[in-house]
Design a protein around this ligand. Structure first.
Ligand code: PBG
Length: 312
């Protein structure tokens, strides 16, 4: 299909990873729709500006997406490309999460210049992560380690590791793979040790609900299996009322018509970790996510989460 319509504008954050994802969507659109004009509209979000405070303390859902959404609502951009992990579960009136692209490796990565795995770290080693989810799972595995806050985009975090501020850091494998730094991954952390965040490794595209032309263009970028998995994971988070800064893991896998979803809620100090899983048909993915959340709530997840929100 060839195009003579106006330029499609992509609102994006300016971090290397955000730009990579926006360029990826641009390239995909150009492959599927020869002749289309696509342009990036880079902007800073609140989450990019506040760099000195742990994310868990700033709170507020959608720290990294609000400015992008404003641009779409005001007609300065047509779509926004997000890491699904950072996208709030609810959308503002007039906007929708239209497309979910194929997922990259969803696992967390152990990154260190001296050690290969968490097990190899010496007693009391310093591990950098600002994610409450990663923090509680690492603490449960290795209570002796010292967890220190680590903010900034992927390159900033790597620079802090290289300066020697940490013995190891934990990052999403997807970011390192996309930024062509897979050699930085000392080892992948399996979901049994660190259950990924909902949506980790997946890219989503948001647009105005009434923009039929754009939606037709985006249809080619949709990846059905990823959508099923991510919607199941997000349904679990939504039921637990978890924003993006919570000690919650959610990870779904699909095999044929069946889906298995694993969920985790942890106390930040790793003293208590609740795990559960559900299985069923892909067609029931979101209901199963809710069911999984209910199982975790029945185990006492609400008590753990209330304590987290109170301390934040
Ligand atoms: N919270 C920041 C963020 N959002 C998405 C990714 C990685 C890429 C992805 O999950 O798609 C990262 C960095 C990280 O967690 O290491």
């Amino acid at each position: 299909m060839t195009f003579s319509s106006p330029t499609l504008r992509i609102a994006t954050r300016k971090s290397a990873l955000a730009l990579w994802q926006a360029e990826f969507v641009k390239a995909q659109l150009e492959i599927h729709h020869p002749g289309i004009q696509v342009e990036l509209v880079p902007m800073s979000t609140q989450g990019d500006k506040i760099l000195d405070t742990p994310l868990a303390k700033i709170g507020g859902k959608g720290l990294f997406v609000k400015e992008l959404e404003q641009a779409m609502l005001e007609g300065r951009a047509d779509i926004a490309v997000h890491s699904m992990k950072d996208v709030p579960v609810e959308f503002p009136e007039g906007l929708e999460l239209n497309t979910i692209c194929e997922r990259e490796d969803p696992r967390d990565a152990f990154v260190s210049n001296r050690f290969k795995t968490i097990e190899e770290l010496p007693q009391g080693a310093v591990v950098g992560t600002s994610s409450l989810r990663r923090q509680c799972q690492i603490r449960a595995l290795r209570p002796d380690l010292e967890i220190r806050d680590l903010r900034g985009n992927v390159n900033t975090r790597l620079a802090k590791l290289d300066e020697g501020q940490y013995d190891a850091i934990i990052l999403a494998a997807a970011g390192l793979i996309r930024l062509e730094m897979p050699q930085r991954i000392a080892s992948f952390i399996e979901p049994e040790q660190s259950l990924p965040a909902n949506g980790q490794g997946a890219v989503g595209i948001e647009c105005r609900s009434d923009d039929i032309t754009t939606k037709q263009l985006l249809a080619a970028l949709e990846h059905t299996e990823t959508r099923i998995r991510v919607l199941a994971e997000r349904a679990m988070n939504r039921r637990l009322e978890g924003g993006c800064q919570v000690p919650i893991g959610a990870f779904a896998q699909v095999s044929g018509e069946h889906i298995t979803i694993r969920g985790l809620v942890g106390a930040i100090d790793g003293s208590e970790i609740l795990r559960d899983q559900v299985q069923g048909l892909c067609a029931d993915a979101e209901q199963l996510g809710v069911e999984l959340a209910n199982k975790l709530l029945a185990q006492g997840a609400d008590k753990i989460l209330q304590a987290v929100y109170k301390d934040a």
